[in-house]
Write a protein that binds this ligand. Sequence first.
Ligand code: WT7
Length: 649
Amino acid sequence: MSDQQNVYPVRDDFAANAWADKAKYEAMYQQSMDDPEGFWAEQAKRLDWIKAPTKIKNTSFARDNVDIRWFEDGLLNVSANCLDRHLEKRGDQTAIIWEGDNPDDSKHITYRELYARTNQLANALKELGIGKGDTVTLYMPMIPEAAMAMLACSRIGAVHSVVFGGFSPDAVAQRVIGADSKLVITADESVRGGKHVPLKENVDAALTRDGTDVCKNVLVVKRTGGEIDWKEGRDVWFDELVDKQSSECEPEAMGAEDPLFILYTSGSTGAPKGLKHTTGGYLTYAAMTHQYVFDYQEGEIYWCTADVGWVTGHSYIVYGPLANGATTLMFEGVPSYPTHGRMGDIVDKHNVNILYTAPTAVRALMAHGENVMDSSKRDSLRLLGSVGEPINPEAWEWFYRVIGNEKCPIVDTWWQTETGGIMIAPLPGATPLKPGSATVPFFGVKPALVDNEGKQLEGATEGNLVILDAWPGQARSIWGDHERFVQTYFSTYDGMYFTGDGCRRDEDGYYWITGRVDDVLNVSGHRMGTAEIESSLVAHSAVAEAAVVGFPHDIKGQGIYIYVTLNDGIDPTDELKKELTQWVRKDIGPIASPDVIQWAPGLPKTRSGKIMRRILRKIAANECDGLGDTSTLADPSVVDELIEHRANQ
Ligand code: WT7
């Protein structure tokens, strides 16, 4: 292996000036393991508490009693921590730099302005009858109102559920029902890459579905002025309602374990699950990781390119940075518009110091060659970050060399929607980097590798990645279904949180995530359950059966490969392939677009009828020589037929 060939030592300037150097990381990590109570009691002080917690950690991962509480007797308000407490020192500092899809559109919003508008919005929510414990669904473009809406909910103790603006009406409906949302906040349209996406129209469609009548109002930001339908009595213009409100709204005193947000994510089975994140532990963890992993220094401009519809946007565009009084950049558009140099142009325009993005974005740029960034200098950059999927060493080196001008450490951050914040990542002043490795655990994180029976593996080895003890940022439950939470994460290996990822650990104790070991795909850093796509397909009248697997894709990391068995008498035409593609896009959203559809007269199944995905994955990856044992198949000839008619990618 090439582990040892390319090690990037810690830069001297980082070791000298960063929040943590090697000695400090080691000492703090050790303390966080030896005395988690003392460690996190100290860290909780980074927040302003209405009532400081005295009970710090009360957690159990035991299968028959999964119960996770941090700081449980503390009281605080998240928006007050992200806004009010900064006013005195940095009221006039920019909190959010907004960069529009159109490069001519940008604005700066100070902490004072963000405070005032958030309070107005909080009062507006109250006027709409929203209060503590109510849930609000956000289906919004990447505009400052999205951050304001999250913060306004937290101010009054309402629970937000952000739905990514690329999801379909059905996905919105499912989540409105699942969270029992009385209110949806949206915009007329979003704008991405010069194209308008009809968000309000999608909400209108969503709210015609059975069960969505829990939703009483739709609050609509006017983003483009595009034409929309209006339902009197239900729909309310954002500015009309918000402008007239007071800019003071008393923050609600929330228990540390009161819910802050729900965020839906895909699993290996069933419909997406709404992870429940709570208040005190989540914010402590988001803020601390943001400070240490990105080595955020006073006054720096920080840009995370994620969307607020994903957990990365929650923890590292909104909550972590704002809790730390940072300047966070929010970008409405896509990295390829109007040119492929856009990311670099934005860095130069706003003097971005820290850039946190995804391997898929790096690979997409790489495909356009060495000169793709020539319109910018990017001299302001000091640190780069990567998240969402394993970054292949080639992409890492390219990111380092071409984007970072060979002077910026890259923090490859492994974490999940469930973990709330970064779990395994280098600290730039402490950890030598190895391209492709997320490196070492963050404070308080106790990873382990286990075999399929749950036996812990020692030393340099490979296995299933589990976490052995609780950390403050983790999800507490699945909204409305604690049993499913226990089943999904704590039942595979008793007493351990199972991540669903496979992982290798090298001689230096560095962790190398190898990817999901369950039926979850990671397409361009977006997580998708194969079961979700399959159930969408079999709902089409032409489809008898469908099996979905991932296959290696140069830019997306994984692509979506679909095997479809048609009902008797249906012709396997190219038109039908297009129709099925549209069907899935409409049902789930464009991110679930199939890359390849192959007609499968039969699927490889065991005699008990279980589809052998292992074989389908191999065929999709064009590794037809290494299919392994097919003797347990009910009808081995289907495999030859699939190989012979393997679809061209
Ligand atoms: C899955 C979680 C939390 C950030 C966005 C994704 C994969 C995430 C890395 C990384 C290797 C990674 C894992 C994980 N993943 N970051 N740095 N290296 N793999 O959140 O949608 O909940 O997906 O993304 O497979 O389980 P998510």
